[in-house]
Design a protein around this ligand. Structure first.
Ligand code: UDP
Length: 239
């Protein structure tokens, strides 16, 4: 059997919660270091890597809105939370000797450079990791949608969605012990079966752009590297 061909350029979506580890809030040092180790192994492979990181470990617009706060304002706070995570990730990568640049969808130029597509593309070509902060820059969206959007703009071959669950299941594996994991599933089948892979906007964008999504566990050692190598890891959602 021929070895799978590694991807050339990928986008990794990390949820903010992935940085929390076992903590209830914020960024856990050991967790981020372990994650950076996995990312470094991918960079060593020569694969071009773009990252979108969430902010749920610090603030979510929905939660703010639920307390009676203006939803759009709360969403801007959520976007700022992703900037904090992006800076933490960039710094942790730097400590591992991995060069990364942060580009923000919101202008906060004393802190990070703004998103400029051709510049981001050049960084990737130079082998630098590019971290896209502040989501799409718009309230009422999510970082999943930012991942689909930036993934399409960067012309990546796959969106790698790192989550707490190691793939897409027939039912919620936390509630249904009989649930089984799909190795592969088409966009149409996932819609038909009402399976939640990403939020609806992100999912529709990936489907329209024929951009496959691989869902895998952030906690499984070596899973990111296997996913990047195009090996069978988690679930592949394909066109
Ligand atoms: N957010 C937003 N627009 C975007 C991306 C994110 O308003 O394009 C806000 C939104 O309030 C969201 C928060 O930022 O709740 C954090 O992002 P997300 O919930 O996607 O993070 P994750 O769940 O991946 O940690």
């Amino acid at each position: 059997l021929a070895a799978p061909i590694p991807h050339r350029r990928v986008l990794l979506k990390l949820s903010g919660e992935a940085l929390m580890g076992d903590d209830a809030y914020g960024i856990n040092r050991e967790t981020i270091e372990a994650m950076v180790g996995e990312i470094a192994s991918v960079v060593e492979l020569g694969v071009e890597l773009a990252i979108v990181i969430g902010g749920g470990n610090i603030f979510r617009g929905m939660a703010g809105g639920a307390t009676g706060m203006d939803r759009a304002t709360a969403d801007y706070m959520g976007m700022l939370a992703t900037v904090m995570n992006s800076l933490a990730l960039q710094d942790a990568l730097r400590q591992k000797g991995v060069v990364a640049r942060v580009q923000s969808a919101l202008k906060i130029e004393q802190v990070v450079e703004p998103y400029i597509r051709p510049k981001a593309l050049r960084y990737l070509e130079e082998g630098k990791v590019v971290i896209f902060a502040a989501g799409t820059g718009n309230p009422f969206f999510t970082t999943d949608t930012a991942a689909a959007l930036r993934g399409a703009e960067m012309g990546v071959e796959v969106v790698l969605k790192a989550t707490k669950v190691d793939g897409v299941y027939t039912a919620d594996p936390m509630k249904d012990p009989g649930a089984t994991r799909y190795q592969r599933i088409s966009f149409d089948e996932a819609i038909g079966r009402n399976l939640k892979v990403m939020d609806a906007t992100a999912f529709a964008l990936c489907r329209d752009q024929k951009l496959p999504i691989r869902v895998f566990s952030i906690f499984k050692e070596g899973a990111l590297l296997r996913a990047v190598r195009g090996e069978d890891e988690g679930t592949l959602v394909h066109v």
